[in-house]
Design a protein around this ligand. Sequence first.
Ligand code: NAP
Length: 334
Amino acid sequence: MAKRALIIGVSSQDGSYLADLLLEKNYEVIGTLRRSTNYIHENIKHLYGKINIEFADLLDFESIARLIRKHKPDEVYNLAAQSVPADSWNMPFYTAEISGVGPVRVLEAIRQFHPESKVYQATTREIFGNIEADSANEETKFDANNPYGIAKAYAHMMTRCYRESYDMFTCGGILFNHESERRGLIFVSRKVTAGVACIKNKVKNPPMNEAGEPLITKDFKLHMGDLTTKRDWGYAKEYVEAMHLMLQHDKPMDYVIGTNTTHTIEELCKIAFEHVGLDYKDHVVSSQTFFRPTEIKPLKGDYSRAKKELGWKPKTSFEDLIKLMVDSDLEKFK
Ligand code: NAP
């Protein structure tokens, strides 16, 4: 019989790739959306009719409990969150409610109504915050320094708590940044690749940036934050494979998923602009408006445990990832 998976937050970058992967593996896929007056979800347009859509909100315990009782899923992937670290300073209560307490609503609904479900919780590298280290693994201490990372650290520890207290199969995937053609425009990698496409194609009506202004100015400038910031960036399509593998393992564990390399935002800009024959120095402006109140130090994701136990490793290079995102945005923003 086909396995049944519930993806909470299927409209997310990761949710859409995970649904693709699970359909390929002949799963029955149920994906949740939030009730809204706008049902345009670009990332999952190709999935309509192939997955079962349900409505749930991480703020509402009953909306999740109802789905667990109704579908009794074999696997539950909680990908929903207030997922924008930069916004979390402006919305600390909301971020805590959705990204911190929300996952506990999922765990508790499963504990009460179908404790046999295997659970994946989307943890983030932001739980390590600003620690002084070259790389982090599953044993690295948490030192989150923004409301998003702190909320996610709580959810991660509760995921572990449910595993240890109730013998439930729960895994926390500590994922470093991962990007793709489906990444939200508010995130730095996509901001750059969409900006490059809009500049190259001389787009008159560019999309909005995170400050609610046009992504590129009339004189074809792209306003960014701190260009020296470093991140470990991988390809989202490969990271969802790791999520699935975690739930197929014989023992529930937490895993770090990353590439064990870092690059600056300046390198990201250089690759993206060069790919279309432009020099980023002519277009990119580092603007204080887009600096975070506190930054995090460069940190590499040591994925040794995932490699050893799950046979997972990253495949797409940083350069190829940025190029494929630029190519996709050149098509999208004409
Ligand atoms: P994303 O594209 O930013 O999507 C976030 C999802 O959460 C959307 O589907 C959104 O629904 C949903 N959501 C927000 N508030 C909700 C609520 N109250 N109830 C139900 N759903 C809600 O996320 P992503 O980048 O794919 O990341 C997936 C998960 O991994 C997130 O939890 C994120 O924090 C975590 N993570 C991401 C990265 C990364 O680099 N991408 C790294 C580490 C961890 P709408 O479509 O309705 O807004």
